[in-house]
Design a protein around this ligand. Structure first.
Ligand SMILES: Nc1ncnc2c1ncn2[C@@H]1O[C@H](COP(=O)(O)OP(=O)(O)OP(=O)(O)O)[C@@H](O)[C@H]1O
Ligand SMILES: [Mg+2]
Length: 105
């Protein structure tokens, strides 16, 4: 399993979220964050408002999910966002006790 952490423009998040759902990736976590990329924000706002999306996926779905995020967030300009991929040891669905891939979706 992998955790995909995507830091996106708030205004792009809705489109990404809807596209993920349409492709069968319903479960996710998202929250507002502040951040800066290599440009260091803009002079009067060092830290820009972003949305952070976290979605834990099966290894076999990783590239598909990354592609959905990129396709829906890329404008080809600075600030399009950043994606980090992190290995996940295990997942547990509290209701059933299912573990690993079975607990994801
Ligand atoms: N190395 C990093 N570590 C942690 N967070 C990062 C890192 N790089 C970017 N971020 C986060 O991602 C957000 C979006 O980054 P951004 O899209 O501006 O990336 P970038 O590397 O500056 O690329 P670009 O040149 O396309 O703007 C930042 O506001 C910050 O929250
Ligand atoms: Mg940037």
């Amino acid at each position: 399993m992998k955790k995909v952490e995507a830091i996106l423009r708030p205004e792009d998040f809705e489109k990404v979220k809807n596209a993920l759902k349409q492709m069968g990736f319903v479960a996710l976590t998202a929250y507002p964050v502040k951040g800066r990329g290599v440009q260091g924000g803009v002079p009067s706002y060092d830290m820009l408002s972003k949305m952070k999306l976290e979605i834990v996926v099966k290894d076999e779905d990783l590239e598909k999910v990354v592609e959905i995020i990129i396709r829906n967030a890329r404008k080809g300009v600075p600030g399009d966002g950043k994606i980090f991929i992190i290995p996940v040891n295990d997942a547990i669905r509290v209701r059933t006790g299912e573990r690993g891939n079975d607990a994801l979706y």
